[in-house]
Design a protein around this ligand. Structure first.
Ligand code: 5BU
Length: 276
């Protein structure tokens, strides 16, 4: 039997047991889109207008809900409405990194109540397995999924080598809730460590640091193309922020056109990978 990650998104969707991972794989297949757009803007009106424009083209919208200056709980109702209207998954990029008790509270409570609306969230492995069990206590009963930050896109990242390998081991021991990784490649290029891999494991690799026009920014971000990420490095989803929403947030038609370009390039790279 071939490893699940070599199969088409649609086949992986039928096999996956976690509801959030299943939904994401089904959505990618249904919409022919492995594009996630990261909507890192500070005003709710821009946030909603951009999501309404790119929604039909994406499998997933990634949020940093804490950067919105005019956040209120009604915004969440609107975000959820848009996710139903345009058929996309929601991923709050919260990067939890504390003791189990604290992350459970941060995930369930406070102003944002992330677990109540975000299908997927993520955590740094740095606290050890208790960060997973704390979040799972809240998220599993709701059918949510967790990504571990195994690698980062930034210059000089400390998430590499043994740290990345240990993140994979942590995920393997908690694969009911951990559905994959934020990483820059399918680890070791063949699978997630063939010597320890289980035949049926299927972790999703979601990859930020994607841009077509520039190679990075002035604050340590590094970009690669959709082809490098999806075809050459075996990742599953490209995450694009500024490459899509750009600098003029009011020009939603240009934003939509850029999203379509990334969608097309990401999908072509996937077809090349699976058909070669
Ligand atoms: P950009 O505008 O495409 O550079 O935005 C990238 C987004 O992905 C942004 O929301 C970051 O917080 C996020 N990100 C990242 O860029 N690199 C990483 O390694 C991780 C998250 Br983890």
């Amino acid at each position: 039997m071939p490893p699940p990650y070599t199969l088409a998104y649609a086949d992986r969707a039928t096999r996956h047991k976690n509801p959030a991972a299943k939904l994401l794989l089904e959505t990618i297949h249904r919409k022919r889109s492995n594009l996630a757009v990261s909507v890192d803007v500070t005003q709710s009106s821009d946030f909603l207008a951009i999501i309404d424009a790119v929604g039909p083209l994406v499998c997933l919208i990634k949020t940093h809900i804490d950067i919105l200056e005019d956040f209120d709980s009604n915004l969440i109702n609107k975000l959820v409405e848009l996710s139903k209207k345009h058929d996309f998954v929601i991923f709050e990029d919260r990067k939890f990194a504390d003791i189990g008790n604290t992350v459970a509270l941060q995930y369930s409570s406070g102003v944002h109540k992330i677990a109540s609306w975000s299908h997927i969230t993520n955590a740094h492995p740095v606290p050890g397995p208790s960060v997973i069990s704390g979040l799972a206590a809240v998220g599993l009963p709701l059918g949510r999924g967790l990504l571990l930050l195994a690698e980062m896109s930034t210059k000089g990242t400390l998430a590499r080598g043994e740290y990345t390998d240990d993140a994979v081991r942590m995920a393997r021991s908690n694969s009911e809730f951990v559905i994959g990784f934020i990483a820059q490649r399918r680890m070791d290029g063949l699978g997630l460590g063939p010597s320890e891999a289980k035949l049926d494991e299927d972790f999703l690799i979601l990859t930020p640091g994607v841009g077509l026009e520039v190679k990075g920014d002035a604050m340590g971000q590094q970009y690669r193309t959709p082809d490098e990420v999806i075809r050459q490095n075996g990742c599953d989803v490209i995450i694009v922020g500024r490459g899509v929403y750009g600098t003029n947030l009011k020009d939603v038609e240009a934003i939509r056109q850029r999203a379509e370009r990334y969608r097309q390039e990401g999908w072509d790279a996937y077809l090349k990978r699976t058909q070669s």
